[in-house]
Design a protein. Sequence first.
Length: 454
Amino acid sequence: MKINKKIIIKYIFMFIFFFFCVSIFYFVFTTDFFLNFGFSYAISKGEIAYNDFNIIIPLFSPFLYSIGMIFSNSIIVFYLEQAFLLCILSYFLFKLIGNKTYLFFIVMFFVGPIQIVRFISPGYNFLSFLLLIIIIYLEEKYSDRKYIDYIIGFLFGLLIINKQNIGIVLFIPNLYYLFKDYKKFLKRLLGVLVVCFIFLLYLFITNSLFNFINLCILGLSDFNENFYFNNICLIVSIICIIYVVYIIIKRKYNKIIYFYILFYSVIIYPLVDDFHCSYYIMVCLFLFLYESKFELNKIYIKYICIYLVCVSIILSYLLNYKSVGLDIKSYNNIEFMLEGKNYHKCRYELLDYLKKYDIDKIYLLNSSENYILKIINDDNINYYDLNYYGNYGYKGVGNMLNKIKSLDDTIFVLYSDEFNVYGQHIVEFDQYIKKHSKKINNICIYDIYYYEGE
């Protein structure tokens, strides 16, 4: 087989470019960025998900990203893995929409009222998008192949063990085949069941099935109570849904991929923010480009698009860097981190101070900050670190508060009173510790408390 050197050079360039983008843009990602890195970090250290630390998704994403951490726990490995996955996504996009993929790239790096650039953030949401695009590719290009239904079913299984609600909802359109061609449906169902059985076997072997059910199934009702929406994101999401419905009606319901894209809107619930909204915007953009009949000039337009993407990246970096006043700092396992000028000094002062206490230490800061402190200190992740509402299973806040009350001789680290804690952070933990513990020191934005027990 003849090797196309131009194709190889193109993907090498894209890999370097994507690595650069992920490396400099992580500071506009949500806190999920460090949480996703932390999940894979914990697994690479041999911790058992659901038993040793709380996580409310199945484990396909954390396991996949932990593969590179066999060699190093550095966040650079995380960046490299994401750059590689972005190249895989690009491959399937080029197969489906050709050179219009460059227009997809331009929007992908948009920074504005909705920061669509968060789309490239590593984690389970990106993987759900990638798997959806691969399924669409197989549906469109290989639907008549003999074993394709088993493969598509297998990919739906990966979707389910990547993010259970998205995977299950996306599989619903396949019920159509139950009435039209039940053998096709059964083949796909078999592919799903094979993947789910392997995951179930893992849960049995690690004795984590009960905790998985509590965190990922029973606890969803608590998580869904934290409904949040951004007005702009909600309006754009509704417009996108209307567009997809229009395409379905226009095409007379003749393709199952339209229904996949419509049902993918579940990704924006219950958090209708620019992070989750960006994925649905991008899948609708893909649909628009897929349905459009225009073609891009291979010689000129392609290079104009690359130029525009590069300019958008540079400008976005400069604007964010200059306006926020960030410094480039490096930590153990987290190299080249863009952050406020004083954070680096404060974190190491805190960790140095805590070394003199040979007792348990618990961080009750924002969850991403808890994970950063644990990772740079090579500590294990535990149940206290991801302290968000909806992340502790059924009636989880009350259960965890009772667990805190049962402790004794423990150091707690909280934010100072003047530091505003926002979002899903569980304030009941903070209130209890401040009321029943002795404050022993303050370091920058951190207050340190000693808790003797009740």
